[in-house]
Design a protein around this ligand. Sequence first.
Ligand SMILES: [Zn+2]
Ligand SMILES: [Zn+2]
Length: 408
Amino acid sequence: MSPIVYAIPVFLFTVLVEGWILSRRGAYDLRDALSSLNLGILSQLTGAGAKLLSLGVYAIVYESARIATWPQGSLMAALAALVLYDFCYYWAHRMGHEVAVLWAAHVVHHSSECFNLSTALRQTSSGVVLSWVFYLPMAMLGVPPTTFVVVGLIDLLYQYWVHTELVGRLGWIDRVLVTPSNHRVHHGQNDYCLDRNYGGILIIWDRLFGTFVDERPGETIIYGVRKPLHAYNPIWGNLHVYADLIGESVRTQGLKDKLAVWFGPPGGGGRAGTPWSPATFARYGVETSIALRRYVIAQYAIGNLALVAFLVQLGAMGRFEALAWGVFIASSLLTQGGLLEGAAWARAAETVRLALFAAVALAPRVMGVALVTPWRIAWVIVSAASLAVLWRMRAGPKVLLRASEPAT
Ligand SMILES: [Zn+2]
Ligand SMILES: [Zn+2]
């Protein structure tokens, strides 16, 4: 079972507290946060299978090609492994910005035009397909797979807290560790922010390899990418740069140039390369009713419970049921994205999804568990109540918000 399951309550509690503080200041975009959280659910869903695959490759390299064997259970060895992992992470992350096909995966983390704890959970669903290559030196150096998994998790969890504007500058710490100050720069699209501060735990790597820049106190950071996503759809959020690359490589003549589209630096779809000015920047936002936002929050909570149940019960389910649940949870993220965008198809699709959800309550076993009757009744009531709320809501018109405008 993914250890992330244990971190989910901490993530949600802290996202809520930060969201409450920022909302009181009129500086929280709930739709963006929900979109980020849904992208996080999707990445956990796809990661459940893909991580096993990449870990399998790591274990094979460790067993067959390692040049040394690291001691197990030694604190010093674990610390050294953490530093080594962080070094590999720096390069994986840097290549994620400098190589187009890797950027197509990593862009998900950067497509929010806000910067808060929910942004940390906005993770790619396709990154694991290629990023494992950067960690194979650890397997060859003999870091055991269990140590690799633990230090990888520590590195990932550390990066959560740095996604906030509530923590200011921290003096010398900003020049040693990755901190909110230097990570804000990493998410900025201002000229001085582009392709800077790639570190995971240590920012020292950036200072060593020439990619460090300090936050400029007098210059407001504008977050996001220069070719904006302008969507809440989590599937499109994962695919839009791949679609650009396919289009670009079809238009490009000659194999060498076609390969350059994929393996060269990101072009117009990258963070640089698109004409941009802070004066003309308009932050994406769709006007939504309070009822709709509440509805999506409620469905997000149900989706999160379904994800936790999915991750806990993965071993108890057959392959077909696991796949069906994966598709079902992903489809709920898609319809919620559509509802937030005010898409014409979203209400009908959500209706079908809720009807299917209600029908699942009749199945003899759900995720490997035989449900008792009160649970089945509650399940149907939740589905019916969701349906009733869904059809009482009015759809909101689509508008773009200015960066200076407080989001609601
Ligand atoms: Zn990045
Ligand atoms: Zn980040």
